[in-house]
Write a protein that binds this ligand. Structure first.
Ligand code: FE
Ligand code: FE
Ligand code: ZN
Length: 277
C-alpha cells in the first residue's frame, strides 16, 4: 500500500495532528519544527510527543517528516544569518531526538553570490557541527529547484554536501518532485533516466522521502511553484508513474500542494492512492 500524507500543523498538539492525518486516510505526514519563518519554538511537550509516537505505531504509520523552517539559510555569507540557521537546526535536532522523529528535512540554502562550492562547503560544515552522536534522527537534504542561487538544484551538489559530512550515515535525501522537475530532471518523459542519474550520483539508498507535488512551470524553468496533483506540468500520468515506480513506491510520500481545506487533502490522498497499480 502507498504511504502518503500531507503537510499538517502541530498547533493543536502532536497527537491531535496524528489523529487528523488518520482522519484524512494518511499514513504519514510532515510538519514544521516551529513557525515556518523560523522564530522561537514552543517547548516540546514530552507527554504529547510520546502519545503521538504510540498513536503512530498503533496505527501502522510510515515514518513522518519534521521540516526545518524554510527561511533558514545554512550557507549564508552574513555570519548572524548562518549562526541563526545553526542555532535553530541544532535545537530542532535535539527536539527531533526527544520526539524520536526519524527524519529532519531542510533546504541546503542559497549561496547569494558566494558561489556554489562555497555554499556546499558551508552547508556541509554546519551539518558537521550539529550532527553528533547524541542524535539518531537522520537529516534529509531536500532536492531544490535551483531557483535564484539555491544550492541542491543538481544531484551532484546534493552529493557534494553529503561527501562533506563526516557522519553521513546520518544524512539522507528527500526528493521533491516539483523541485527536481523545475531543476531540469524530466521525470515526466524519462523518470527512469532521472532515477538512474540519482542512483549513479547519490545512490538510491540515500533516498528516504518524497515530496509529491505537481509543478506550475515546465521542466528546467528553475521555478519553485507547487501545483495540485494533475494541475501542473507533471500531470496525472506523470504522478501515476512516480507512485508506481519500483524504486519509489515503498517510500513515504508527502503532498505539499496548494489547498485551503483538509478535505481537499483527503480527496487528493484518495485520488493518488487510486493511481496505484
Ligand atoms: Fe521543503
Ligand atoms: Fe518540498
Ligand atoms: Zn518547493
Amino acid at each position: 500500500m502507498l504511504h502518503i500524507g500531507c503537510h499538517l500543523s502541530p498547533s493543536s498538539g502532536l497527537l491531535k495532528m496524528a489523529e487528523t492525518a488518520f482522519s484524512l486516510a494518511a499514513d504519514t505526514f510532515q510538519f514544521f519544527s516551529r513557525n515556518p519563518r523560523g522564530s522561537k519554538a514552543k517547548p516540546l511537550d514530552e507527554a504529547d510527543a510520546a502519545a503521538m509516537r504510540d498513536y503512530l505505531s498503533q496505527n501502522a504509520f510510515a515514518p513522518v517528516l519534521v521540516h526545518a523552517p524554510y527561511t533558514l539559510n545554512p550557507c549564508a555569507e552574513n555570519p548572524s544569518v548562518a549562526e541563526f540557521a545553526e542555532l535553530v537546526m541544532r535545537d530542532d535536532l535535539l527536539r527531533c531526538t526527544a520526539m524520536r522523529a526519524p527524519y529532519y528535512n531542510f533546504h541546503p540554502g542559497s549561496h547569494v553570490g558566494q558561489g556554489i562550492d562555497v555554499g556546499v562547503d558551508k552547508t556541509a560544515a554546519l551539518l558537521n557541527r550539529i550532527l553528533d552522536a547524541s542524535t539518531d534522527t537522520t537529516v534529509l537534504i531536500e532536492t531544490m529547484s535551483g531557483q535564484g542561487s539555491e544550492i541542491g538544484g543538481t544531484f551532484e551538489q546534493v552529493k557534494a554536501i553529503i561527501d562533506g559530512v563526516e557522519r553521513n550515515d546520518r544524512v539522507g535525501v528527500c526528493l521533491d518532485t516539483c523541485h527536481v522537475f523545475a531543476a531540469g530532471y524530466d521525470i515526466v518523459n524519462d523518470l527512469d533516466g532521472a532515477l538512474t542519474a540519482f542512483d549513479r550520483v547519490i545512490g538510491l539508498d540515500r533516498l528516504r522521502f518524497i515530496h509529491l507535488n505537481d509543478s506550475k512551470f515546465e521542466c528546467g524553468q528553475h521555478k519553485d511553484r507547487h501545483a495540485a496533483i494533475g494541475d501542473g506540468f507533471i500531470g496525472i500520468e506523470g504522478v501515476r508513474r512516480i507512485v508506481n515506480h519500483p524504486a519509489l513506491r515503498d517510500l513515504p510520500f508527502c503532498l505539499e500542494t496548494p489547498h485551503e481545506k483538509l478535505e481537499e487533502y483527503a480527496d487528493e490522498i484518495r485520488f493518488v492512492r487510486g493511481l496505484c497499480e
